[in-house]
Design a protein. Sequence first.
Lengths: 705, 206
Amino acid sequence: MRFLSGLIGLVVGALGVLGALVPAALAEPEPGPHVTATLVADHAGVAPGQTIHVALRQQIQPHWHTYWKNPGDSGEPPRLAWTLPAGFTTGDIVWPTPGKLPVGPLMNYGYEGEVLLPIPLTAPATAKAGGTAHLAAKVEILVCAEICVPETKDIALDLPVTTAPAPADPTWGPKIAQVIAAAPQPAGLSAAFQPKGPNIALAIAGPALKGVNDAKAYFYPASATTIDHAKPQAIERGPDGLTLTLAPGYDFQGGHAPAALAGVLAVGGRAYEVAANPGPAPPGTSGLGPPAPGDVAAAGGAGFGLLAASVFAFVGGLILNLMPCVFPILAMKATSLAIHGGGEERAAARAQGLAFGSGALVTFVVLAAVLIALKAAGSAVGWGFQLQSPPVVAVLALLMLAVALDLSGVFDVGTSLQGAGTGLASKGGLAGAFFTGLLAVVVAAPCTAPFMGTALGWALTQPAAAALVVFAALGLGFAAPFVAVAFVPGLLARLPRPGPWMEVFRKAMAFPMYGAALWLAWVFAQQTGADDLAKLFAAGVIVALAAWLAGLAQKRVALGGRAVGLTAAAALATLVAVGAVVWPKDAAAELTSEPYSAARLAELRAEGRPVFVNYTAAWCVSCQVNDKVAISTGEVRSAFARHKVAYLKADWTKRDASIAAELASHGRAGVPLYLVYGRSGGDGVILPSILTPDIVVKAVEAADR
Amino acid sequence: MIGRRTLLAAAAAATLAAGPALALPQLGQPAPAFTAMDAAGKPVSLSEFAGRTVVLEWTNSGCPYVGKHYNSGTMQALQKKETADGVVWLTVSSSAPGMQGYFTGPTARKWAAKEHWSGSHILLDSAGRIGREYGARNTPHMFVIDKAGKVAYMGGIDDRPYEDPESLKGAKPYVAMALADLKAGRPVAVPTSQPYGCSVKYNSAD
């Protein structure tokens, strides 16, 4: 058959030459191949034990297509039969979100143009560095236009086996990484399906779908028999997700229903994995009606104009004043105005109000400009985008802590009562007010007020000018209460009379700020890990120390003394603290290891390799110190590579009976324990509990003898 | 009542205008009736086979998946065995004029002779009417109608949705299994499966 179709292809090709003479009655396609298949890799090589991605690259002729894992109503996904060097393994294909390819009354799912199908490839720990791995595959691709042609090709790639992980391939590294990043991701969505008349209602909810509004939302089922692919999918929006009405496929025949409905939800330019069970819809998946045609917003309400968005933003800005990250600062600033009565001082209060207002407004507009520029550059950003960067979160957490310490009275900055009292009319007072406005916006970032999200969601889908107007409205709303207090004499007079209560109020206000600082620390921990959180906590302690030193210095100055040393020490401590959390991590942090198991140890020893076993735990400080100063060092790294040492890590952070038993068998009740097994057998050598690189290197050299 | 009927008719017209959709026959329900010309130019109706088991096989002579089952001879062998047992085997071509696998009487007869086709009738459904009634997606897409005229099986001919002829080895022959179940008076154990193959080449313009 294949020979025959090849022959037909040849004949048709020859006829094509005569095409000018013959009327195009036979709309036969151009001769094949209709798809070119090659194998590419995201790294320039693979190290023993390393997993990289290779990708099947398909370059498909215009108007032809190949298929997704569920091809839809017809067709077949590409299949690969690998021939790999001993021990090399491949994982499942990472399928990019397909496109809809309607054919007459039918629907197919697949790809046109060029597509990369990434596939994880793992080299065995025993792979010989310095050699070349010949990765070969027979690939069968069904490529279709109106008709289908199966094409079989032999593809191969020679990949160097490197000692250390190889650098990314300059061409394919970024491309494959991009495909993997854009592929459907699990997003912790909760999903359920149930009958709805003759159809099925699939309801999906989750944080990723909050406020979702996309008329093009589409569910790609993973199996070809669950739904009728060609039928339209009606969309109903909810505050936390959406409900799709699907026509049932063969799986629902004869009164049956499948145990699960799995697939991919493409929405708002992203795609998420969905696994639905039979049952009632999760809450928040309906009630808002269908999206308007043309709506494509991942979040935020659409369907209202610039005026409505600006009003929402203004109200959102007003409410933002009451949020725990902002209120303490503003409350203090506002009460400071109350000290001033009438006349000249009122004019000063107005100037302060204006300075604060412009500070807030300018900061909002600058933030908006940055946001719009980032979006234009193709980043997927939204409100609070700055909080996606761990160093920014860390600095904000420290800033919140500093403000809280200020409110607690540990030290004083310009926003405090005394400072505001003395410097109100001065230039420094105005700059201080401007700065307070800026600070208020910066600390407001973690908070989103009601109405605000909707307005900003809308703004970010609009042209830059409209977006700037909405952000400016937000800034105006944010600044309004304070400016109003400064300008409206009645309001100023109504503020409570200053008195000792203000000191109590101020100290109470410190606690929401401590809360905000802790919350940011929690966010930071989610973004990074326990190790970095420890750094942030250390930085927090240093900031508190610096604040206390600054307070001491201020007291000394107030008593007429000099405090240059103390002030310098406070500044230095703050620098150290901020530096510690913002400093980029060194790339070559930890030596790569395999998790320990008795079986893996026996296997490696049978291969005749020296093995280094590290019994460790996250809570064991000396283990961490040993790891940083002795094990994860360049000397040990190269010694491990030189002697082909297998590095196993037995992690005892969580209770583990088998590791406890191992420790006991070596006469230990706890970690650390370092064992080195020689190439030629024998018992493991126990290393001291306090390691140096030299000790490890010598032990490894001995083990390779 | 009249108003309602008009409304329904209008709705049906709207559906047709919006695009030709495929119907979905229901398992255990009466199979949709049809009449069509066969390759010999004789009208054939489903109703004339009342009391007999009927197999519907969608075909397209140019489709590689159809080729997998005809080149290996497995399709013809099943046709021969089942028709000898009294089963009516209707091979349907729904390819539209100008599309791959479009059959006229003579081209269908020529193909049948070349492939040693051994069914009962080849039905010419170039308008795609039977195909749409049955929701036929693929070639080959298979249906089995029991002696009571009810849909007893729909789906693939086996469990191997691949073009590669190697995939025939060890395949589960769902249609043969369904026919065996019906012959033995058992409920069909696997009444649906994934239909696979080329798309039916309907006229997409209508």
